[in-house]
Design a protein around this ligand. Structure first.
Ligand code: ATP
Ligand code: MG
Length: 140
């Protein structure tokens, strides 16, 4: 149990459907604080680098294409056990398996266009927050 930060990305399928506010409400209702947030369009290089861990997976090329297909909102969430808590709030990768009430159960279109990303460990959270934000941009 500790106060920590995690990186969230509201993905292009969600920004396209104007769901940023609805997703932020779920985040805040769960007790997580949005301490940094910006809307941007990922470049091909950025998306490839961010998802480098998946580069051998069959869906990698499509994932990069999808993540660069429209604007995303990158955000830093802070709270107690933020990494694990946000994974719970997001729900399973495949929306068909996501628990009722989770972001992906309510909003995701498919296993690829699944509305949000969240860091999967505290080490990855540090790396991913540093990928998009400098320390002075985090305002707790
Ligand atoms: P994220 O990393 O986005 O938070 P995750 O940790 O639940 O999601 P990963 O296994 O890390 O899932 O996969 C990264 C992303 O790749 C998924 O969120 C999804 O957009 C896409 N993806 C994963 N599995 C598949 C698949 N079988 N087919 C198509 N796209 C997939
Ligand atoms: Mg992941």
């Amino acid at each position: 149990m500790s106060n920590e930060c995690t990186l969230s990305i509201i993905k292009p399928d969600a920004t396209r459907r104007n769901l940023t506010g609805a997703i932020n409400k779920k985040i805040e209702d769960a007790g997580l604080h949005i301490v940094a947030q910006k809307r941007l369009r990922l470049t091909d290089d950025q998306a490839k680098k961010f998802y480098d861990v998946h580069k051998e997976r069959p869906f990698y090329k499509d994932l990069v294409k999808f993540m660069t297909s429209g604007p995303v909102v990158v955000q830093v969430l802070e709270g107690k056990d933020a990494v694990a808590l946000y994974r719970k709030v997001m729900g399973a990768t495949n929306p068909a398996n996501a628990e009722a009430g989770t972001i992906r159960a309510e909003f995701a279109e498919s296993i690829e266009a699944n509305s949000v990303h969240g860091s999967d460990s505290t080490d990855n959270a540090k790396r991913e927050v540093g990928f998009f934000f400098s320390e002075t941009e985090l305002v707790g």
